[in-house]
Design a protein around this ligand. Structure first.
Ligand SMILES: Nc1ncnc2c1ncn2[C@@H]1O[C@H](COP(=O)(O)OP(=O)(O)O)[C@@H](O)[C@H]1O
Ligand SMILES: [Mg+2]
Length: 474
């Protein structure tokens, strides 16, 4: 069985209050009874002291007064009812008593008698005398010459105290129960009020789906716990919204990129079917279709690479020698560069080890050099350099090509983004750089670009060196 936070809060709060009130009440009663008893003991002790002087005459003879009430009156005024004096002989027989006893006998307990025989006084509460308990002092009267001559008992009824305590217990119990009820009600109300924003948040959060991710939780007090919770929620929803939007955009772009070549192919085939084309014309159509198929192939390959990089957060990283990879890739391009009338200038530092997936890193180098060649006109130079700096492997690929307009630099890493679709004449689908960025990100590196239109472009890639990342782990 689970209870709501509100119920639990109220329960704990009222229980604590009840416990502290009860503890307070108990200690209050304890202290009060102690004080009261002390006062009574002092009184009966004084009466007993006076009695000793009254009944013992030197040299140690006992002389009982005719009326004990006078002694009581000297202490208690006219209200002597409930106060008693009784004198016993050493063997425990009654020798005299105050009229307030009305012929009854104050009880002498075994214990008090034994102590009296030993010359010790005893205070005790006896409940067998009358309706109310009495406080009795039993005091032995010992004279030097003759020893124990009498036992004096002075007693006071605890009637008044019983009565006061009785009423007070009533009063306290009632007060405690009433305070608990009131505090419980107020606590329930306050807890409800404090937790209301949580209900409100739950209600709104329940309504948020993929369709209305633009909704946000209301933040009443941004600095309290619930305000912080709400803004954390809102941040999370914002992130979800962003990635949903990216996915939507990506799906739309991908479909478009795949649909365009299909449309072109369909159109060409239809025209060819309708016209009476000769073999040469048909060949041309087929060549064009082949180009479109290649293009679709490129797009699908790129999409697959991206999808895989997205899924595998941790790729199969291993320490590989980066200089080998770069070297190998540059060699691949030598012939193409030469055919295009370009120069390739490679400067590689040896023994640069990074923690990467070698196949994917090869793809990064390939894409960067491929772009440089693609966007550099005849006679230009492409420079590739690999160096180390502050624990990073730094790969630079620069060209003296067309450059990228300043306002487009920010988008070139986006999927399917291409500065000028016409310029490249169909080769490339705009996925190369976004693939590079994804791969480099999963390796803990970064890629930056610097470009001037008409002058050239430089891509700089930073990757953590393998021994450096080992050091960081330790
Ligand atoms: N070295 C470069 N010089 C000039 N423009 C570049 C260079 N590299 C990339 N770009 C621009 O960035 C865009 C995106 O590059 P990329 O993702 O590799 O796509 P693709 O090469 O398929 O066009 C390119 O279309 C091009 O406009
Ligand atoms: Mg490219």
């Amino acid at each position: 069985m689970t209870f709501s936070i509100r119920t639990k809060l109220t329960f704990w709060y009222t229980s604590l209050l009840a416990i502290s009130l009860i503890l307070f009440g108990l200690s209050f009663f304890y202290a009060l009874s102690k004080i009261y008893m002390n006062r009574i003991d002092r009184e009966i002790s004084s009466v007993a002291g006076l009695m000793v002087h009254t009944i013992v005459e030197p040299p140690g003879r006992l002389r009982l007064p005719r009326n004990f009430d006078i002694i009581l009156e000297r202490f208690f005024g006219l209200r002597i009812r409930g106060n008693y004096i009784q004198v016993l002989t050493p063997d425990g027989r009654v020798a005299g008593r105050s009229s307030t006893l009305e012929g009854l006998e104050l009880p002498l307990t075994e214990k008090a008698y034994r102590r009296a025989l030993n010359g010790k006084r005893t205070y005790e509460i006896v409940r067998t005398f009358g309706v109310y308990p009495v406080r009795i002092l039993t005091l032995p009267v010992v004279v030097k010459e003759t020893g124990l001559v009498a036992i004096i008992q002075v007693a006071t009824s605890l009637e008044g105290m019983e009565e006061i305590f009785h009423y007070m217990i009533y009063f306290f119990s009632f007060g405690i129960v009433l305070s608990i009820i009131i505090a419980g009600g107020v606590g329930w109300f306050l807890a409800g009020k404090a937790l209301k924003p949580v209900d409100e948040m739950t209600r709104i959060a329940r309504k948020i789906t993929a369709e209305n991710l633009n909704e946000r939780l209301p933040i009443v007090k941004p600095d309290d716990e619930l305000g912080r919770l709400a803004s954390t929620f809102n941040d999370m929803i914002a992130r979800l919204e962003r990635s949903f939007r990216q996915i939507k955009q990506f799906t739309a772009d991908a479909s478009h990129e795949l649909k365009t070549p299909l449309t072109i192919m369909k159109g060409e085939v239809e025209v060819a079917l309708k016209s009476r084309a000769d073999e040469a014309e048909l060949r041309e159509v087929l060549t064009s279709i082949l180009e479109e198929i290649d293009r679709m192939n490129e797009v699908i390959k790129g999409l697959l690479t991206l999808a895989r990089t997205d899924v595998e957060e941790e790729t199969t990283k291993q320490p590989v020698s980066f200089d080998h990879i770069v070297e190998e890739r540059c060699e691949q391009f030598r012939k193409l560069v030469h055919n295009r009338g370009l120069r390739l200038d490679v400067k590689i530092k040896k023994g640069v080890t990074v923690l990467v997936d070698p196949v994917r890193m090869g793809q990064v180098v390939y894409n960067l050099v491929d772009n440089a060649i693609k966007y550099t006109p005849k006679g230009g130079t492409i420079r590739v350099s690999l160096d180390t700096q502050d624990g990073w492997a730094v790969l630079r690929v620069s060209d003296t090509g067309v450059g990228i307009p300043e306002d487009e630099v920010a988008y070139i890493f986006d999927r399917f983004y291409r500065v000028d679709k016409a310029r490249t004449g169909g080769s490339g689908v705009g996925l190369g750089l976004s693939i590079c960025k994804e791969i480099i990100n999963t390796c803990g590196g970064k890629i930056e670009v610097e470009s001037t239109v008409g002058k050239g472009t430089t891509f700089t890639t930073h990757l953590p060196l393998a021994d450096n990342s080992m050091k960081e782990v330790n």
